[in-house]
Design a protein around this ligand. Structure first.
Ligand code: SAH
Length: 449
C-alpha cells in the first residue's frame, strides 16, 4: 500500500518576497546570461530561458496561484508554453504568465504532475548544496521529534514535506531503505545517496523503487543495493517502544514496515488490557504485538499475505509474548468480517488499517464503498462499550470525508458511537501546511455506546 510525508526546513526564507517583487536581487547563475534580469521581467518564454542555457516553462494566466502559496506541484494542464526540450528530471525554470520567476522544478515529461518544485528561491539552482541542506534539516527534525529510546527506526525523508519531492527514506538501524519516486530524484540519485550516507553514517542504502507511481513517471522498477558493501539482513530487526520487530526490507511491502503507525500502535497497547482484539489487515502484526504486550485476552489477526503472517508469528515468539492468545488468519478481510458475524463472534477492540483504496480523489467513490463495507461489518462485531480504531491511508479521501463514510457505516449498523480520538501519522511523517495532500493517514477511535 501506501503512505506518504514540516515546516522547519529553514529554506527559501526570502522566496515569497522575491517572487512577489518580481525576482530582484538576482542570481549569480544567470547574471552572465541576458540583459533582462532587472526591470520589468516580461515573459520571454524561449528567449529568456534559452539565452541563459536553461530550459523552462511558463504557466497559463492565474495558474501561478498555487505556486505562490508554495504548493510544489505543476500539473500539465497549467502549462502554457515550454521553452527548450527538457529531459526527464531536468531542472526547469518556472515562470508565471507575466514573466515573474516562480520556482526551479524537476521536469517529468510523462506524468500528469509535469514538474515538482525543488526550490522557490531564484538565486539558488538545485544541486548538491541545496540537497545537503534539505537532508540536514530532515535529520534535525527527526532528532527533535523522536526521542532516542523510542526506536531505532524512523522515516528520515518524507518527500515533498522535506523539500525533496519523490524521495522517501526510512532508517532501520544502520540500513537506509530508499524509494526513488520522481524523475527529479532519479536524476540526482547519486548525489542524494552519497549525501545520505555521509550525513547519517549508515552502512548501506537498499533501494525499493518498485512502487506503482514510478510507472506514472515513466521510470522502470529498481530494487537492490544502492550504497554499501553488503545487502541488509533479511529480515533485519528493529526496536519500537520496547518491542522487537523483524522487518523484511527486501521482500516486504513498501520499505518493509509501516513506521507511520508507531504512535497509534502504542495507543492500542494502552487500550488492550483484558480485551478480545481483532486486528484486520495486520501485515507483520504491528498492532497485534502491541495488543498482546498490552495484556489483551486474545488477539485475532487477519491478512491476505502469507509471508507477512509468517513474520508476525515470528515477532510474537521473538518478544516472548504468549502465542496461545494469538490467532492468525490468512484471508480476505471483507469476507472474514461477514463470516465472523455468521459464526456469532464479537470483540472488544477492533483495528481496521486497510491498504490505500483511493490513491487520488478520482478513486474516492469506489474507496468510500470499500471503507463503508469494512467499517459497517466491524461495528456489527463490536460489543457495547467496545472500541474501533479505524484508519484510511488514502490520499484521495480527506479526514472529513472519511469521518462521513464511517458515520454512514455506523448509521447502517444501527450503532451510536462516540469519537474518543483522532489518529495521524507519527511526527517523522510531517505534513506541510501548504501541501495538505501530504496528510494521507487519518483515523478515528470510536467507542460503541
Ligand atoms: N497495520 C499494519 C499495516 C497494514 S498494511 C501495520 O501496522 O504494520 C495493509 C495490509 O493489508 C497488507 O499487509 C496487505 O497484505 C493487507 N491486505 C490488502 N488487502 C487485503 C484484503 N482484502 N484482505 C486482507 N488483507 C489485505
Amino acid at each position: 500500500m501506501k503512505r506518504e510525508g514540516r515546516g522547519t526546513q529553514g529554506r527559501n526564507r526570502s522566496a515569497t518576497s522575491s517572487r512577489r517583487a518580481g525576482g530582484k536581487g538576482s542570481p549569480t547563475l544567470r547574471s552572465s546570461g541576458g540583459g533582462e534580469q532587472e526591470g520589468g521581467r516580461h515573459f520571454l518564454p524561449v528567449t529568456s530561458v534559452a539565452r541563459n542555457g536553461q530550459v523552462g516553462l511558463a504557466l497559463k494566466p492565474e495558474r501561478e496561484r498555487s505556486l505562490l502559496r508554495r504548493h510544489p506541484w505543476i500539473f500539465s494542464g497549467a502549462i502554457e508554453r515550454l521553452a527548450g526540450a527538457p529531459g526527464s528530471g531536468e531542472t526547469v525554470e518556472v515562470r508565471a504568465s507575466d514573466g515573474r520567476f516562480l520556482a526551479w522544478a524537476a521536469y517529468s515529461p510523462q506524468s500528469q504532475i509535469r514538474a515538482r518544485v525543488w526550490n522557490f528561491e531564484e538565486s539558488e539552482l538545485p544541486g548538491p548544496a541545496l540537497f545537503r541542506r534539505r537532508i540536514e534539516s530532515a535529520l534535525a527534525l527527526r532528532q527533535a521529534v523522536i526521542p532516542q529510546q523510542t526506536t531505532d527506526a524512523c522515516r528520515l525523508v518524507h518527500g515533498e514535506a522535506d523539500g525533496l519531492p519523490g524521495l522517501i527514506v526510512d532508517r532501520y538501524g544502520d540500513t537506509l531503505v530508499a524509494q526513488v519516486l520522481s524523475t527529479g530524484v532519479e536524476r540526482w540519485r547519486d548525489v542524494l545517496a552519497d549525501t545520505l550516507i555521509e550525513l547519517t553514517g549508515c552502512a548501506r542504502i537498499y533501494e525499493r523503487s518498485d512502487a506503482d507511481v514510478r510507472e506514472l513517471e515513466g521510470l522502470p522498477a529498481r530494487i537492490g543495493l544502492m550504497r554499501g558493501e553488503n545487502a541488509p539482513a533479511s529480515p533485519l530487526e528493529i526496536l519500537e517502544h520496547g518491542l522487537r520487530y523483524a522487518v523484511d526490507v527486501i521482500g516486504g511491502q513498501k520499505t518493509g514496515f509501516y513506521l507511520d503507525q508507531r504512535d497509534n500502535r502504542r495507543r492500542i497497547r494502552e487500550l488492550a488490557a483484558g480485551r478480545d482484539v481483532l486486528n484486520c489487515f495486520c501485515y507483520t502484526g504491528g498492532f497485534s504485538l502491541a495488543a498482546l504486550a498490552g495484556g489483551a485476552r486474545s488477539v485475532s489477526s487477519i491478512d491476505s499475505s502469507g509471508p507477512a503472517l509468517e513474520l508476525a508469528r515470528r515477532n510474537v515468539a521473538n518478544n516472548g509474548l504468549d502465542a496461545s492468545r494469538a490467532e492468525w488468519v490468512e484471508a480476505d478481510v471483507f469476507r472474514s468480517l461477514r463470516e465472523a458475524r455468521e459464526r456469532g463472534r464479537s470483540f472488544d477492540l477492533i483495528v481496521l488499517d486497510p491498504p490505500k483504496f483511493a490513491p487520488t480523489e478520482k478513486h474516492a467513490q469506489a474507496a468510500a464503498r470499500a471503507y463503508k463495507d469494512i467499517n459497517l461489518n466491524a461495528l456489527k462485531l463490536l460489543r457495547p462499550g467496545g472500541l474501533l480504531a479505524t484508519f484510511s491511508c488514502s490520499g484521495g479521501v480527506s479526514a472529513d470525508l472519511f469521518q462521513k463514510i464511517v458515520a454512514g457505516a455506523a448509521a447502517d449498523a444501527n450503532a451510536s458511537c462516540a469519537i474518543l480520538d483522532r489518529f495521524h501519522a507519527a511526527a517523522d511523517h510531517p505534513v506541510l501546511i501548504e501541501f495538505p495532500e501530504g496528510e494521507y493517514l487519518k483515523g478515528l477511535l470510536l467507542r460503541r455506546n
